[in-house]
Design a protein around this ligand. Structure first.
Ligand code: ADP
Length: 246
């Protein structure tokens, strides 16, 4: 598998505090990766760096076959290069239907920054129907997004991100606040998405991470503490100590 993202020797200091400390690791082009670590480990700051929201003091973030330096690009250029990010709280257009939300996301991909007045082509509707199937919301297409259950809103937002065809999807705690059944479907959606792109999931819930069945990177004090299967990293004494606060 080829490398899609290579983070190399990045450090970030906030008011003298080193939130990211010489962090290096790689993500493959069609890989699911879970990033875990205690509060303050640097998980959010890592995502902020990859999306261009936070600029590191040093290091490199190398992207794609052409090895471009993401640090030289603006947030919107990074998004257009194929980095999508899902925050914890779903941000869907509540007054619009599921269909309209997905169409808008599709249009945004084609014409970034376009005004959202549009006509729907049969092709767009066809594509949206396939997407809706993938996220388990086909039956909900005519419903207002505001009427959806919490889990369904999260899936809709994942669908909106997928409509934009990212090559890397960063997902922050997708299972938070979900029922066991919703978690199961979320796992299925993310696993399917990771077949054709990289998906990086930041998650606290170890049971959810186990279901993802993927390589895990443990961050601690802004560096990689351990990496490997969940069983491998959770057997690591340093990881155990960090989680128990020793
Ligand atoms: P995590 O997501 O793993 O909980 P964060 O990346 O949010 O960790 O934070 C890493 C550390 O950097 C924390 O100690 C946090 O308080 C600090 N930090 C994050 N952002 C800022 C900021 N904008 N200003 C000052 N400190 C920050």
């Amino acid at each position: 598998m080829s490398t899609l993202l290579e983070v190399s020797g990045i450090s970030v200091t906030f008011d003298g505090f080193r939130a990211i400390n010489n962090l290096s690791f790689q993500i493959g082009s069609a890989e699911m990766r879970a990033i875990i670590g205690p509060n303050g480990a640097g998980k959010t700051t890592f995502m902020d760096i990859v999306t261009g929201k936070t600029r590191p003091d040093e290091g490199r973030v190398i992207w794609g076959e052409k090895s471009v330096n993401l640090l030289k690009m603006s947030e919107s250029q990074i998004a257009r290069a194929g980095v999508g990010r899902k925050f914890q709280r779903p941000t869907v257009f509540e007054d619009q239907t599921v269909l309209e939300n997905l169409i808008m996301a599709l249009k945004n991909r084609r014409r970034p920054f376009s005004v959202l007045g549009y006509r729907r082509s049969a092709e767009d509707v066809g594509r949206v129907e396939v997407l809706a199937e993938e996220i388990g919301l086909k039956a909900e297409l005519p419903r207002k997004a505001g009427e959806l259950a919490h889990g369904q809103k999260q899936w809709l937002e994942i669908g909106m991100l997928l409509a934009q065809e990212p090559r890397l999807l960063l997902v922050d705690e997708p299972a938070a606040g979900m029922s066991p059944m919703e978690r199961e479907q979320t796992t299925a959606i993310l696993v399917e998405a990771a077949k054709t792109r990289a998906v990086v999931v930041v998650e606290h819930d170890m049971e959810f991470v186990r279901r993802l069945n993927c390589k895990v990177t443990v961050l601690h004090e802004g560096s990689v503490l351990a990496e490997g299967s969940l069983d491998h990293v959770t057997a690591n004494q340093e990881v155990i100590d960090v989680y128990l606060g020793r």
